[in-house]
Design a protein around this ligand. Structure first.
Ligand SMILES: CC(C)(COP(=O)(O)OP(=O)(O)OC[C@H]1O[C@@H](n2cnc3c(N)ncnc32)[C@H](O)[C@@H]1OP(=O)(O)O)[C@@H](O)C(=O)NCCC(=O)NCCS
Length: 169
């Protein structure tokens, strides 16, 4: 078991802000918009940094849900990533990621993607280990905290329903 002290941590402690990626032609799909998998790979990396910081050690992605592509990004756009912990439970935590795009020469940003990733902190044997609780500040962090519990309940219920369904067929 890790010796990480389980004192609460704020979202700001681990948050990643304003991480940029410039889109080049080899990032595009055959529709001339950005390949979604590229955005998802970046999203997972930034979210992993946030999870590792919060947990004070290695975390693995266990689940990704609610990936919503709101608008396409195009050649010449700059993607801007932000990620922070929404809630921490026993050994798992949820990280929310928001991706925006800005066209060079413009200050206007478009919302490209929002997603929620669940990570589990693991020890040297790959076994789950406890994570510090999250303290929230202000309305937005409290809203994300509440919504994360709602998503967790839905995830667990879904997994239970699938298990029940499989046991009947
Ligand atoms: C993550 C992993 C260590 C969990 O092991 P496990 O034996 O299933 O652990 P548990 O059943 O004790 O669950 C541990 C936590 O994960 C959560 N969890 C497990 N499966 C989950 C899922 N599908 N979605 C969301 N959370 C999940 C549990 O709710 C629990 O959280 P809590 O302690 O905060 O309540 C194991 O599933 C694993 O190694 N998965 C592969 C991860 C990986 O390699 N990711 C990179 C992609 S290649």
């Amino acid at each position: 078991m890790s010796s990480v002290a389980l004192t609460s941590r704020s979202a700001a402690f681990s948050a990643v802000r304003e991480q940029v990626y410039m889109i080049f032609p080899n990032d595009l799909n055959s529709n001339e918009t950005v390949f979604g998998g590229l955005i998802m790979a970046h999203m997972d990396r930034y979210a992993a940094v946030v999870a590792d910081r919060h947990a004070g050690g290695v975390c693995v992605t266990v689940s990704v849900d609610a990936v919503h592509f709101m608008a396409p990004a195009r050649k010449g756009d700059v993607l801007v990533f932000a990620a922070s912990v929404n809630r921490a439970w026993n050994t798992s935590l949820e990280v929310g990621v928001r991706v925006e795009a800005e066209c060079i020469g413009s200050t206007v940003r478009r919302h490209i993607l929002s997603a929620y990733l669940t990570f589990v902190a693991v020890d040297g044997n790959g076994k789950p280990r406890p994570v510090p609780p999250l303290t929230t500040e202000g309305y937005s962090e409290q809203r994300r905290f509440e919504e994360a519990q709602f998503r967790r309940n839905t995830r667990l219920k879904h997994a239970e329903d699938i298990r029940a369904l499989r046991s009947r067929v």
